[in-house]
Write a protein that binds this ligand. Structure first.
Ligand code: DC
Length: 227
């Protein structure tokens, strides 16, 4: 750790469906840290745009919406399998953010530099409070490059698609493996421009280790970094 690093901050980046949220939540629980999934902010913005009939491709309108929107991410307020509760201008939209319409449009909404500037500043402010596991695509590289520990989580396309199918089925949403795999690949291509692996990130492959073992490995590494 160098003199400028932010203590008690862990970042997890990686592609869609790599298992970042499972790992992030487990790790945060073990450490007593806040678990913060930054993808939710881009999803909330997308959901609000669709509600207001704003075109997610319209950079100016989307940046204005990002400025105006109040997005609150709270501990779960309902016991229904959620990891957190998301409020957009006070309304609980937690499950709406997982709809196919949001899935489809979110990469387009997240690509505008002016949108990213607003979101990254908010994420950074939360990260700087410390005691947080922050999950996303550009957290270790851009949002919190001074984080104490950075993880980059990978997994094969097949495993990522299978995870997404299982998540949908668990919520009673029918899912076709081939269609989901195609969608994951499409999102990879769209997210490529923000996806980054910090040079000092610990790279883990989710095909090889279950999350429980990943957590142990990270805790071990964290103890070494602290020494
Ligand atoms: O992780 P997710 O699938 O919930 O992310 C939703 C979208 O937001 C996805 O298109 C990638 C984008 N995203 C981003 O650009 N930067 C982040 N830090 C997190 C997510």
């Amino acid at each position: 750790m160098n003199a400028t690093s932010i203590p008690n901050t862990i970042t997890i980046d990686g592609p869609a469906g790599a298992g970042k949220s499972t790992l992030g939540e487990m790790l945060a629980q073990r450490l007593g840290y806040l678990y913060f999934d930054t993808g939710v902010m881009y999803r909330a913005l997308t959901w609000a745009a669709l509600q207001r009939q704003i075109d997610p491709a319209d950079a100016t309108a989307m940046a204005a919406l990002a400025h105006d929107l109040t997005i609150d991410i709270l501990p779960p307020t309902v016991t229904d399998g959620r990891q957190y509760t998301v409020l957009v201008d006070g309304a609980d939209v937690t499950w709406d953010l997982r709809s196919a319409a949001v899935d489809h449009a979110v990469s387009v909404a997240a690509k505008h530099p002016a949108v990213r500037t607003v979101m990254r500043a908010r994420q950074r402010a939360i990260g700087q409070r410390g005691q947080v596991v922050m999950v996303g695509r550009d957290i270790g590289t851009i949002v919190l490059p001074e984080a104490r520990m950075k993880i980059y989580l990978e997994a094969s396309l097949g495993a990522r698609a299978a995870r997404r199918v299982a998540e949908l089925q668990a919520r009673g949403v029918p899912a076709d493996v081939a269609a989901i795999a195609a969608d994951v690949a499409r999102r990879d291509a769209l997210d490529q421009h923000v996806m980054g692996r910090a040079p000092d990130a610990l790279v883990m492959n989710n095909d090889e280790l279950p999350p429980e073992q990943e957590v142990e490995l990270i805790l071990q590494r964290l103890a070494e970094v602290r020494e």
